[in-house]
Design a protein around this ligand. Structure first.
Ligand SMILES: [Fe+2]
Length: 367
C-alpha cells in the first residue's frame, strides 16, 4: 500500500502555548482574522508581544464565510502589506485566514478560485492557525470552506498551498466555549475520527491517529461539555489528531450528505454530524464490520459495533443534540438538492456505496 502524508509546517499542542505565537511569526505586518469573542484576548495577550510589527484585526467574519468577507479581509491584508496572517477562532475565522494567506500574492477575485476558474499554484504568505473550538480541525487541513450567498453554493478552496505554516492548538482557548458549541464541534471531531478510521482511503498512520482521536473524544466529550478542564484538553487533542488522520484518509457519507444538507437548511455542521452519524454507521455496519469491531473493542472493551453505535446515540442525547432534522424543516422538497450535491470526495471514501435512493431513504428517516 502506498500513501502520502502532509501536515502544517509545525504543530504545537499544549495549554498556554498561544503565548509563543508572536515570537513564531515572521517580521512584518500581521493580519489577524479572529472570531467575535477572541478580539479582546488577542489585544491583551498577543499584541503587546508583537514588538515593532504593525497589525490589523478583523473580528466580524460571518459563520460559513461568504466570499465578500474573504475579499474584505484580503483587501485589509493588501493594504497593510501583511507578511503573516493569523486565523484565531472557529472554522470560519481559520478558513478565512487560510484563504487570505493563500490568495494574497495572486490576481483576480476570490470567486475565480472558488469556482476553479483559476488555480492556487503554491503557498502564499506565512499562515498561523489558532483554534478556539475543539472540532473542525481547520488548523490542520488544506481546505477552506466558503459560501457564495448568491448561488447558495458552499464548497472548499483546496490545495497544498493552504497548509498552515504553524498550527498552534492551545486547549485553554476552548475552556470558555459554550456547552452547545462544545457539543456540536465535539461531534464533528468524533465523526471525523470515525469516518477516517473506516474510510476506504485509510492508511496505517491515519488509522492510528483516528483511533486515538476517537478514544479521546468519546471518553471525554461529555465531561468536557460539563466544563471539566482535563477532559477539554483531551477533546482538543483528539480533534487535532482526527484532522491529521482525515487529511490523508478522507471522510465519509456523514460529511458527504451533511454539507449540502447543512447549507440548504442552515444546520450547524457539528449538529449535522451528530444527527447523521449513528444512522450512517448503521448503514455502514456490514461493509465496515471488521473496522467497526476493532474500533468498538478499543473504545469500549466490547467488540459489538451495535453497542458502540448505541453509546454514540446516548452521548448525543446527553449533550442535548437533536436526533433528526425535524426542527430544521427537512422535507421531501430538499432531497433533490442534497442528492445532487452530496457526491463529493467524502462520499467516495465511505465504505459502502450509497445510491441516490439510499440517500433519499436516509433523509426520509431523519425528516
Ligand atoms: Fe466535519
Amino acid at each position: 500500500m502506498s500513501y502520502s502524508l502532509s501536515f502544517p509546517g509545525t504543530i504545537i499542542f499544549g495549554a498556554g502555548e498561544r503565548r509563543k505565537l508572536a515570537e513564531l511569526l515572521p517580521a512584518g505586518p500581521v493580519l489577524f482574522v479572529a472570531g467575535r469573542h477572541s478580539a479582546s484576548r488577542i489585544q491583551s495577550e498577543i499584541v503587546p508581544a508583537l514588538g515593532g510589527r504593525s497589525f490589523e484585526l478583523i473580528a466580524d467574519i460571518s459563520p460559513e464565510p461568504p466570499l465578500a468577507d474573504v475579499e474584505r479581509a484580503l483587501a485589509a491584508a493588501r493594504r497593510i502589506g501583511a507578511a503573516s496572517v493569523v486565523g484565531w477562532g472557529g472554522g470560519s475565522a481559520m478558513d478565512t485566514a487560510k484563504s487570505v494567506a493563500a490568495l494574497l500574492p495572486l490576481p483576480g477575485p476570490v470567486a475565480d478560485y472558488f469556482y476553479n476558474r483559476r488555480e492556487i499554484p503554491g503557498h502564499g504568505v506565512f499562515l498561523a492557525e489558532v483554534p478556539t473550538t475543539a472540532g473542525t480541525g481547520a488548523e490542520i487541513t488544506p481546505n477552506a470552506v466558503l459560501l457564495d450567498p448568491e448561488t447558495g453554493i458552499k464548497q472548499s478552496l483546496r490545495g497544498t498551498g493552504l497548509y498552515a505554516d504553524l498550527a498552534l492548538v492551545d486547549p485553554e482557548l476552548t475552556y470558555d466555549c459554550p456547552p452547545a458549541v462544545t457539543a456540536a464541534s465535539g461531534f464533528d471531531a468524533l465523526t471525523q475520527a470515525i469516518e477516517s478510521f473506516i474510510s476506504r482511503k485509510a492508511n496505517p498512520v491515519s488509522k492510528t491517529l483516528a483511533m486515538q482521536a476517537a478514544k479521546n473524544i468519546l471518553s471525554s466529550l461529555h465531561p468536557a461539555w460539563s466544563g471539566e478542564i482535563q477532559a477539554r484538553n483531551f477533546v482538543a487533542e483528539g480533534s487535532m489528531m482526527a484532522a491529521m488522520a482525515f487529511s490523508s484518509s478522507g471522510l465519509g457519507a456523514v460529511h458527504g450528505i451533511g454539507h449540502p444538507l447543512g447549507s440548504i437548511l442552515h444546520v450547524p455542521h457539528g449538529v449535522c454530524c451528530a444527527v447523521l452519524l449513528p444512522t450512517i454507521l448503521k448503514w455502514n455496519l456490514e461493509a465496515a464490520h471488521d473496522d467497526l469491531e476493532d474500533l468498538a473493542l478499543a473504545l469500549t472493551q466490547d467488540p459489538d459495533p451495535a453497542n458502540l453505535i448505541e453509546l454514540i446515540t446516548e452521548l448525543r442525547s446527553w449533550l442535548e443534540l437533536p436526533a433528526d432534522f425535524k426542527a430544521y424543516g427537512l422535507a421531501p422538497e430538499h432531497y433533490d438538492f442534497i442528492v445532487r450535491n452530496c457526491r463529493s470526495g467524502s462520499m467516495k471514501c465511505n465504505p459502502r456505496d450509497l445510491s441516490d435512493d439510499d440517500v433519499r431513504r436516509i433523509l426520509e428517516e431523519l425528516s
